[in-house]
Write a protein that binds this ligand. Structure first.
Ligand SMILES: Cc1ncc(COP(=O)(O)O)c(C=O)c1O
Length: 375
């Protein structure tokens, strides 16, 4: 099976990890700081807080805002469950806004429609690595004095109007899961330009404990410490940070490779009558974490089964969050409120795309799609 996403680990990545295994620091040591610095240099953010997953990064980001319980946060349902779960377990209420068909990103007009006196923040997702309408959404947030959190789990390395994703929102989070733009095995980070938010997130990463010295290495001055926030253990290991640092050096190469593969799909699938190709808007460098098609005039589920039979690891990203039992039981929302999300969900399919794919792999994917057309 050709998977829809896969890590690319090379000799230098392995050597970086081995180097840490034989050092004094296995966790929260010098490689965490180096990795965080490289994320800041790459994106232009002032602070990067590396944690053990993007789910943890979302949690500390939402916690750091200290919003009143029950506050509404306008969000998208066309995402992985983790995005909105972070709101629920912090006692906040996700209010879903519909998406745009072309990018599958949250629709700014729908955000405006959903604002109430209880709204305190907007949570956006750069779906598949295509940035949202960040200028317009930032304007809406500023107009209404709302925080903006960007779930950029898919979008490290993507560009919006000439600038890398990472500094458009009050807090931006990334994921380093194996299928993501770079990997640390599991891992994530929260980035911000705001020092107060950063200070809180550093504490929330590690038990809410304040120690003398810096955020990582104990300077050994005193046994004293205080606990000021209700933090958990969300620390990333130095082993993972060394892998992340090594992967960061290849991020632009990975993005270029993903763009080449996407270009090939766009060209060679353009004549297939039952598919709508994904679009990239002006001013965007797409990260192509996911390459998704919308099908029409065929049954998506039958097409899915056929592709899987052919050994193509197609997938569906995503089941809209409001459809999950947990959400239906705790936050009933009517499906019909989201006509675009529902339509896209019924027709979407993800084709394999990752930087380690060979010519044979892509040709097999393309041939399988075209053959279905001929059936
Ligand atoms: C949009 C989005 N947000 C958050 C996450 C959670 O990432 P992690 O697996 O690093 O916790 C994912 C994971 O797939 C995701 O796709």
């Amino acid at each position: 099976m050709i998977p829809y996403g896969h890590q690319l680990i090379e000799k230098e990545d392995i050597e970086a990890v081995i180097g840490v295994l034989t050092s004094d620091w296995l966790t929260t040591g010098p490689y965490i700081e180096k990795f965080e610095k490289s994320l800041c240099e790459y994106t232009g953010a002032h602070h990067a807080i590396a944690v053990n997953s993007a789910t943890s990064a979302l949690d500390i980001a939402v916690q750091a805002l200290e919003l009143p319980p029950g506050s509404e946060v306008i969000s998208t349902a066309f995402t992985f469950a983790a995005t909105n779960n972070a709101l629920l377990y912090n006692g906040l209420k996700p209010v879903f806004a519909d998406i745009l068909e072309d990018t599958r990103n949250i629709d700014p007009q729908e955000i405006r429609r959903k604002i109430t006196p209880s709204t305190r923040a907007i949570m956006v997702v750069d779906y598949a690595g295509h940035p949202c309408d960040l200028n317009e959404i930032r304007e809406i947030a500023d107009e209404h004095d709302l925080y903006l959190i960007e779930d950029a789990a898919h979008a490290l390395g993507s560009t919006y109007n000439g600038k890398k994703i990472g500094t458009f929102s009050d807090i931006t989070i990334f994921s380093f899961h194996p299928v993501k733009p770079i990997t640390t095995g599991e891992g994530g980070a929260a980035l911000t330009k705001n020092s107060d938010l950063a200070d809180k997130m550093y504490l929330l990463r590690s038990h809410g404990v304040v120690k003398p010295g810096n955020h990582t290495i104990d300077t050994g001055q005193s046994w004293q410490y205080d606990m000021t926030h209700l933090g958990r253990n969300y620390r990333l290991t130095d082993i993972q940070a060394a892998l992340g640092l090594s992967q960061m050096k290849k991020l632009d190469l990975f993005i270029r490779k993903r763009n080449e593969l996407a270009d090939q799909y766009q060209k060679e699938l353009s004549e297939v009558p039952f598919i709508q190709l994904p679009q990239t808007r002006k001013g965007i460098i797409h990260g192509w974490h996911l390459y998704t098609l919308l099908v029409h005039d065929i049954d998506r589920n039958r097409f899915f089964a056929y592709m899987r039979e052919k050994g193509i690891g197609v997938n569906v990203h995503y089941i809209p969050t409001y459809r999950f039992s947990y959400y239906l039981n705790h936050l009933p929302q009517k499906f019909m409120d989201y006509p675009v999300t529902e339509d896209v969900f019924s027709r979407i399919i993800t084709l394999p795309l990752h930087p380690g794919m060979s010519k044979t792999d892509t040709n097999k994917v393309i041939d399988s799609v075209i053959t279905y057309n001929q059936k």
